[in-house]
Design a protein around this ligand. Structure first.
Ligand code: CTP
Ligand code: CA
Length: 223
């Protein structure tokens, strides 16, 4: 996709995007994670760059290549992603939280490899920090865009998340549909902002990313 055909609606904008899964250590050799491929976040980073933005991509472990002209910050767990997000949103116009952040981490990471000494094992977990909510609560907050991965009551849960986290926009994803979402190349979403919404039908993630960023640019300008 030749970027010079795209109107440079994000020229001179600093955009920070989180992408991929996080990995929460259990012990030195094991972790808790999820099936996020990072494809949507990387597609957004590429699209933002094509539309003229300066892009910082904070990424959990993925097998994807970093698009050219983008600054990638590699992290592993949610605490590291939070630190990077705080650093890279200081001079930032738009923050897009696309990462599938693990909701919980080990209360205490085992310092040595755990041995299978019993028939049952219970891990004690505690909540991870909410990265998006913490950035969106800053006094000098960037335009904040979140994702909502839901298997039911999509619109209701998505709008609720937008309100609770003080977001400017939320992109709702039906993850019960196997053909789209997490590991797929395609996605279909409904986008909500405080005064409106739009459905984007199934398309490949790169095409979707361009549409989403054009929407984000328009709402950013209106705000
Ligand atoms: N998010 C985040 N930090 C977390 C959890 C989520 O920044 N610790 C962000 C995600 O990147 C996404 C949005 O918050 O943009 C919503 O994530 P989601 O998992 O759908 O919602 P949660 O708030 O975690 O609630 P739940 O999983 O219970 O639905
Ligand atoms: Ca979650």
């Amino acid at each position: 996709l030749p970027s010079f055909f795209l109107p440079q609606v994000l020229a001179n904008k600093n955009i920070t995007i989180t992408a991929g899964p996080t990995r929460e250590a259990i012990d030195p050799v094991r972790y808790i994670s999820n099936h996020s491929s990072g494809k949507m976040g990387y597609a957004l980073a590429q699209a933002a760059q094509w539309l003229g933005a300066k892009v910082n991509l904070i990424s959990g472990p993925t097998s994807l290549e970093t698009p050219g002209g983008i600054t990638k910050i590699s992290i592993s767990d949610a605490e590291q992603m939070l630190q990077a997000a705080q650093e890279y949103t200081q001079n930032c116009d738009i923050f897009i939280s696309c990462a599938a952040v693990a909701d919980y981490k080990m209360k205490q990471v085992a310092p040595q490899k755990m041995k299978k000494t019993s028939d049952e094992l219970t891990l004690e977990l505690e909540r991870n920090p909410d990265i998006l909510a913490s950035i969106a609560s800053l006094a000098q907050k960037p335009f904040c865009v979140g994702f909502a991965a839901e298997t039911q009551n999509l619109a209701h849960y998505a709008k609720d998340k937008m309100q609770r986290k003080n977001l400017d926009m939320i992109i709702a994803n039906d993850v019960s549909n196997q053909a789209i979402g997490f590991n797929s190349n395609d996605n279909a979403v409904t986008v909500f902002w405080p005064k409106g919404s739009v459905e984007i039908e199934q398309t490949d993630k790169q095409n979707l990313a361009i549409h989403l960023l054009q929407l984000i640019a328009a709402q950013y300008e209106e705000k």
